[in-house]
Design a binder for this molecule. Sequence first.
Ligand SMILES: [Zn+2]
Length: 680
Amino acid sequence: MTWLRAVVAAGVFGVGSLALGQAPQPLSAIPYSPSLDLTSLDRTVDPCVDFYKFSCGGWQKNNPIPADQAGWSVYAKLGMENQQFLWGILQQDATAKNRTPVQQKVGDYFAACMNTAAIDAEGIKPLQPALERLDSITTRERVAGALALLHHRLAGSFFFAARVGQDAVDSSLEIVELGAGGLGLPDRDYYLKTDPKSVKLREQYVAYIVKLLGLAGETPEQAKADADSILKIEIALAKSSLTRVERRDPHKTYHIMTVAELSGLTPEIDWQRYFAVQGAPGVAKLNVSQPEFMKAVQTELTTEPVDALKAYVKFHVLTSAATYLSAPFREANFDFYSKTLRGVPAMPPRWKTCTQAVDRSLGEALGQEFVARTFSPEMKAKTQLMTEQIEAAMAQEIQGLDWMSPETKVEALRKLHAIRNKIGYPDKWRDYSSLEVKPDDYLFDAEQAYLFEQKRNWDKLGKPVDLNEWGMTPPTVNAYFNPQMNDINFPAGVLQPPLYDPREDDAPNYGNTGATIGHELTHAFDDEGRQFDAKGNLRDWWTLADAKGFEDRINCVRDQYAGYVIVDDIHINSKLTSGEDVADLGGTLLAYIAWKKQTAGQDLKTVDGFTPDQRFFVGMAQWACENDRPENQRVQAATDPHSPGFARINGVVSNMPQFARAFGCKTGQPMVHVPACKVW
Ligand SMILES: [Zn+2]
């Protein structure tokens, strides 16, 4: 145990030295902190009154939000340490002699991004040809016609979005999916709410638009007139967009149409030509996820003045490119999207921006470098075993459910057994050999990376689904379940201390990473996931009574979480978060069962005054420690399907009699929720 304490002390020293304001440095190893951290506790709080505060109060005090962040958390901190570590790798890869092709690409991309002197010297020049082409347009028809090439070449959000993805009803097919888009604010609700904060934010958004158009050479008067037209178009699009809660229902976003039928909705766009430009000339049928939205696009394209449409496109070209352009553009973008919208006081240092840029554009190239240094075969084997144990616990739970019929259980178990576990990194790395990267032309690199990704996506059409594909890069500190692939994915980045800690024993690890694995697994059966079957197809495999039994249980969780306040008078929108809330609750229970089985017959000791069960729960709670800015909390409340950390912990443990027993909590205390909600 002394060895462990020494490590804890080292972790504290690391945090302290950062707090003293020393500039972060590239790292040659990810700093260690344990999965159960005594310094993160606040022992003045009664665990039966506020378990989150008890587990995380110290962490909150020791970890103020860095000036360049909207919020801060155990996940974000590990994410930043991963970035510092990647920064070290990228510096080497940028300058080393005799580089591998992978090192050349990530190193040169990083070097080009870091060269702000070259980027600043260019000003708006790199965008000039695109803006001139746009300027020469004189009719609405030609604005509509330009969308094909804009979508093909630029990352901006121009009216709608098109991509290739799995067909919801037959997941073995890759089809075209047309989605809503075209907004510069984070959600449709931002355009429609009438409270003073929302009204003010729209004014600030208009000011941002004016600023960008001014930087691109417009007079203040012209820019203001254009900004008003742009906002008007976006409001119209927002009104016709589904809400986030509506979008959780996969039936609401599934409308297979022929191209002829789509042309009926939006005749202003020549769809044959549109798909040909994307490199997919033969498209016959597709999913138009929001038909009403496409009607609104038609209305906008045919009723707004041509100058308003041009201004809208111009602004979206500028705002999507702003972070790749010279300092005034980057600063304007930061001032609105980070400072105003999320309350972030300071711009992130360039190394951070550039490390993230490489991760975004060349994630599986940089990921190879990351995995080789951080994720040993032993860690892979152990976390794989833990995943299988948690799946076994889920099978056992399903079999024991008293509210589910035998027919539905058969289907549920079939689905569970079909889930594929993807741990750490892809079996086969993405091949970037066709992507050209120059060490001295950042906008070129960014464009090429975008084109590479576009081609990769559109090339999927008509091919079998690549089951090896990952939706997150290996250094990412996050995990996901994909209902159509029917797989759970845990990047190497999320399987590092303090989340998965090879130096700690099972209790905090099953509490922390085990609960995360259980969380992702439970997504296969949440409000959204349960609508897909073992093959990843949208098919109702529930009897009516079982579906109702399930909804009743979810409603218990919805009612509970709707009572939590995020910030000011804003409550959790638990219709948006219930999928995540149920995953937290189910995941923790599964991890607990798996841990009990894994340690059965072992003589588990009390450590640092905590019983084994208490250590499981403290380890669990400490993944969620966080601090958040109120501005960011407002954005999260509107857009994030996850509840804030305190609710994710207190909401779960208050439903678990295992927790009440571990800490001796009694009915009537806040951490005992009556009636206890239980889904799985
Ligand atoms: Zn989740």
